[in-house]
Design a protein around this ligand. Sequence first.
Ligand code: TRP
Length: 448
Amino acid sequence: MTTRILTGITTTGTPHLGNYAGAIRPAIEASRQPGMDSYYFLADYHALIKCDDPQRIQRSRLEIAATWLAGGLDVERATFYRQSDIPEIPELTWLLTCVAAKGLLNRAHAYKASVDRNVETGEDPDAGVSMGLYSYPILMAADILMFNAHKVPVGRDQIQHVEMARDIGQRFNHLFGQGQELFVLPEAVIEESVATLPGLDGRKMSKSYDNTIPLFGSAKQLKDAIARIVTDSRAPGEPKDPDNSHLFTLYSAFATPAQTEAFRGHLLGGLGWGEAKQQLFTLLDGLLAEPRERYQQLIARPADLEDILLAGAAKARRVATPFLEQLREAVGLRSFRTQVAATGTTPKKAGKAARFVSFREDDGSFRFRLLSAEGEQLLLSQPFADGKAAGAASKRLQQVEPELRVEADSFTVWLDGECVASSPAHADDAARDAAIDAVKQALRPAAD
Ligand code: TRP
């Protein structure tokens, strides 16, 4: 079975070495594993919540996109897109907003922190809190549930949001799934070993501490940043304590185990800090030189990046469009055509109709089911290459009268000489014939 892995990066800044080691590099590695279907995206709708500077948003989207590609993300394997290119995401956000409990969102850390700060300073509790900030976890739940992600790699501060996505997804399944799981319930994944890359001063590397090491700046910028790493005052020749040195931690986050052991030995043997910094620079510059070059080339051709991201969005929408159609069906936003056809023939059950639901197989193909008003499976389609083809076939079944062929306990449905769907096996001939009648009624073209 394939595992779908999904994560988003809010586009408000320039990625630094900590983002690269903690999130980007492990995600790119994960996308190369067999059996992984990865979805990585620029969370640019989320960026609007935190930032009202259009230049900065635009610049950051470009830089983050180039960083992932320079880091070696294979966009043929992974699906790489901008959140704002997927209109199904805000639409799903609304469907989820209607089932998310307000009390759940009251407990979100980011919102609570703002309220606490306001209360402390004697302000109105909600001063400066936008609805965007308040609903942030619902948008994030839509990002995750839209693609039925199993695993969501995130930083610790985001674990709560993934749990909220689970919560909201579960509630939606319960209300509208009719016993089926509409949404996969996601799990947060924390990369323990690298999640806390230290910055220049030893605190977590973060832009808000101004202690970052640039990722794809020039070699000189890299060298200057490394020169600012804080160390203790032991002189050259004195033994150093690697386990209490964030310079060592930084080194070991990028070195092989053998290099790390050698470096440890040198520090214990009295290597001077200046020399140690030179070694760290040599290591990082060696690793970053090639992707830095690729990064510069990508940034210089924004139109090419645009094409890559639009192709990624098209790929993502081949999943999102039919799935959202199924979710709209589930909540009752259905075509009048199917509704009229069924209610016209079974007046006692007005309001309940047979319906089509489409879904995606793990191998990427699409199928649909025809379900009776009671939710029983009448037909299961053949696999189709994409959601569009599946949708077209289910539409055509309602427009023309398809041919039904009986095959022992079951029957098949044919369009233009091709078998498009088959029924489950039935207990006996009578059950099978009743099912045939039900299918005929469900497919009767709308009287318009
Ligand atoms: N909120 C995440 C952050 O700031 C970014 C994000 C948005 C995200 N949507 C997501 C992460 C979905 C994982 C899955 O880090």
